[in-house]
Structure formats: structure tokens, C-alpha cells
Design a protein around this ligand. Structure first.
Ligand code: HEC
Length: 125
């Protein structure tokens, strides 16, 4: 009986993911995607980030995570499915790739909604 009660509590606390919002889930996956967080190489919002500079045969080189907030979903999804040189491979599900893309773009949608021009009033004949 006690075990059942504990199980009930555990399900209540952990079983239902709906107590975190889609934004929170997307952000946590971006920062902790079963591996190194994307933000460490691609920046907090996918804007890109310089990781290191080094010299190779006397020439200064830059190792950087590209901006990933401007590419179309098609490209994002295809590239996430294959190993990328200089980046860990994550084995993410289709849903997880979608939510990561959502993370990189949901603010933008909000902004464009906020600045969207009001529709012209309908002409009354
Ligand atoms: C250790 C650093 C590192 C981490 C961590 C990392 N990346 Fe990358 N990623 C890179 C580098 C470097 C490239 C650029 C490779 C190239 O020049 O083609 C890249 C390329 C990409 C591309 C292709 C961009 C394009 O223009 O086609 C995508 C998409 C991407 N990363 C998404 C992610 C996501 C999502 C995560 C987290 C799940 C992540 N990366 C984590 C280093 C990283």
C-alpha cells in the first residue's frame, strides 16, 4: 500500500511533463541534449560562437560554431541526421530536432507578431 502511494507520488511529480512549457522543454534540450550543450558552440540563441583560435603552419585559424538560427528547417534537419566534422553526433529523434528548431525560432515569431502591421480595414461597399 505504501509502495503504491509512493509510486503515485512519483508519477505525479515525474510522470507528467506538461508542467513545463514547450519553451522550457525546448530550451533545456538545447542546453542539455544528452551530450554537450549546443549553446557552447553555437551561442545562446544559435547565433554562432567562436570556440578557439589557433595557429596551423603559422597561419591563424578560427574554430567556430556556425550560426544555426538562419538556416531553413530542411537543412537543419538533414544536417542533424548525419555526423558533422567538429561537432558531436547526437542521435536525436525527429521530434527532438523539431523542438530544437523551434527553440531557435520561437522568439522571432513572437517579435514579428508584435511588429506586424495591422491589416488594412476592409472596405465597406
Ligand atoms: C563542440 C562544438 C559543437 C557542439 C556542442 C554543437 N555543434 Fe553544431 N556544429 C559545430 C561546428 C564546428 C559546425 C560547422 C561544421 C561546418 O563547418 O560544416 C556545426 C554545424 C552545425 C549545423 C550545420 C549548420 C549549417 O550551416 O548547415 C547544425 C544544424 C548544427 N551544428 C546544430 C547543432 C545543434 C542543434 C547542437 C546541439 C544538439 C550542436 N550543433 C552542437 C560544432 C558544434
Amino acid at each position: 500500500m505504501r509502495g503504491l502511494l509512493l509510486l503515485g507520488i512519483a508519477v505525479l511529480v515525474y510522470g507528467d511533463a506538461s508542467f513545463i512549457t514547450k519553451e522550457e522543454y525546448a530550451s533545456s534540450l538545447y542546453h542539455n541534449p544528452r551530450g554537450i550543450g549546443c549553446h557552447l558552440c553555437h551561442g545562446e540563441r544559435g547565433e554562432g560562437r567562436r570556440i578557439a583560435t589557433y595557429h596551423e603552419k603559422g597561419i591563424k585559424k578560427v574554430f567556430e560554431g556556425k550560426p544555426i538560427d538562419t538556416i531553413p528547417f530542411e537543412q537543419f534537419s538533414v544536417r542533424m541526421g548525419k555526423p558533422i566534422v567538429g561537432m558531436p553526433h547526437y542521435y536525436l529523434t525527429k521530434g527532438e530536432i523539431q523542438i530544437l528548431y523551434y527553440y531557435l525560432h520561437h522568439e522571432e515569431k513572437k517579435d514579428s507578431d508584435a511588429t506586424a502591421k495591422p491589416k488594412p480595414a476592409k472596405k465597406v461597399p
